[in-house]
Design a protein around this ligand. Structure first.
Ligand code: UT7
Length: 334
């Protein structure tokens, strides 16, 4: 069986910085509340007409490809994770194939919310392990800002999320380095605790919502039962990290770098304390970018790598939890 490794990685965030102070001008919130509860100081929001989920994904992907040393013609497959596609269908994977000028390779769209990147990475890893493909482009990109309720009604959710994209090239490895294992979970029982319920074919479709024309309708904004999600997140993050370590006969002390999904700085700090990791062993950048859902892990992974915090031979752990509920981890020998 073959092994896969991340051969190139990149990220892109829009230029437009939105501070907590900026948000306090349009809704009843304040810097102190946001920082105390989430650690977030600012996030990026796209400017309409400048960036889209696809365009940000393309920018991140181009950087990842450039750094990977893999030429575009050798990319065999695309996996694109997002909860905020530019079109309801088709998903952005096919658009990426066109925009990058890739051959007519397969393009798979993954929608596993905050766990989307780890799920997508796992898919890429399996295709490479079987020998079916050699080079797979994995992209995660999110435009959250256009879908949020930017009034006081939506403040518990809207202050958290940001826009951005991250990408990696996953390549067949022949030097023993690479993805050691991935671990994926779901618990649909809690699907509605963090969800956007409309529009959906099984419920109310766009035409119904337009016909009803009800400004009180919140069903097309994200709903999150914050404390319920928080309590599950800290448990599932811990479990799935331990599951990954145990599968590889590793100890917590073997972790060189933990990249948690950037859901809330308090969640990352809880995990760090629970595992007794020091500040150099956990990377967070939610302070600057907010929660970018599927894009948060590849953005953080790339930034940590660019800052020289991930070196050859390091044991890197990725861990995610989010809507679904879904949660996942990946253990990588860099
Ligand atoms: O990435 C996917 C996974 N997501 C997560 O893991 C998120 C998990 N949950 C959380 O991070 C936290 O629950 C939040 C940061 C979302 C919320 O923090 P919290 O400590 O659970 O606050 P809360 O929702 O219980 O609200 C506490 C108070 C409420 O006021 P009252 O009822 O006590 O008077 C809210 O109305 O804070 C109020 N509040 C705000 N105040 C100022 C809610 N949002 C805001 C806001 N600014 N933006």
């Amino acid at each position: 069986m073959y092994q896969s490794k991340i051969s190139g990685l990149g990220f892109y965030v829009p230029d437009n910085v939105v501070t907590n102070e900026d948000l306090s001008k349009i809704m009843d919130t304040n810097d102190e509340w946001i920082q105390e509860r989430t650690g977030i100081q600012q996030r990026r929001h796209i400017v309409r007409g400048q960036d889209t989920t696809l365009s940000m994904g393309v920018k991140a992907a181009n950087i990842a490809i450039e750094r990977s040393g893999v030429v575009k013609d050798d990319i065999d497959f695309i996996v694109f994770a997002t909860i905020s596609p530019d079109y309801y269908f088709p998903g952005p994977g096919v658009e990426l194939q066109k925009e990058l000028g890739l051959k007519t390779v397969g393009a798979l769209d993954v929608r596993n919310q905050c766990s989307g990147f780890v799920y997508a990475l796992s898919v890429a890893d399996q295709f490479i392990k079987t020998g079916m493909y050699k080079n797979i482009l994995v992209v995660a990109s999110e435009v959250q800002s256009l879908g949020l309720d930017m009034t006081t009604r939506g403040r518990a959710v809207s202050v958290i999320f940001g826009d951005g994209a991250g990408a990696v090239v996953v390549t067949r490895s022949d030097d023993g380095s690479g993805i050691l294992s991935t671990h994926l979970h779901s618990e649909g029982e809690h699907a509605k605790e963090l969800a956007v319920l409309a529009p959906g074919m099984g419920g109310r479709w766009v035409t119904d919502i337009i016909a009803e024309n009800n400004p009180e309708d919140e069903s097309y904004f994200p709903y999150m039962n914050g404390q319920f999600v928080f309590k599950h997140a800290v448990v599932r993050f811990s479990e799935v990290i331990m599951e990954g370590l145990q599968a590889n006969n590793l100890q917590v002390s073997d972790i060189d770098m933990l990249i948690p999904h950037q859901a809330n700085l308090r969640i990352s700090q809880f995990i760090q304390k629970k595992f007794g990791l020091n500040d150099d062993q956990v990377f967070n950048n939610i302070q600057k970018y907010g929660n970018t859902t599927a894009a948060s892990i590849p953005i953080a992974l790339t930034e940590a790598w660019e800052e020289g915090k991930i070196k050859k031979g390091d044991t890197v752990v990725l861990a995610a939890f989010g809507s679904g509920f879904t949660w996942a981890s990946a253990i990588i020998k860099w």
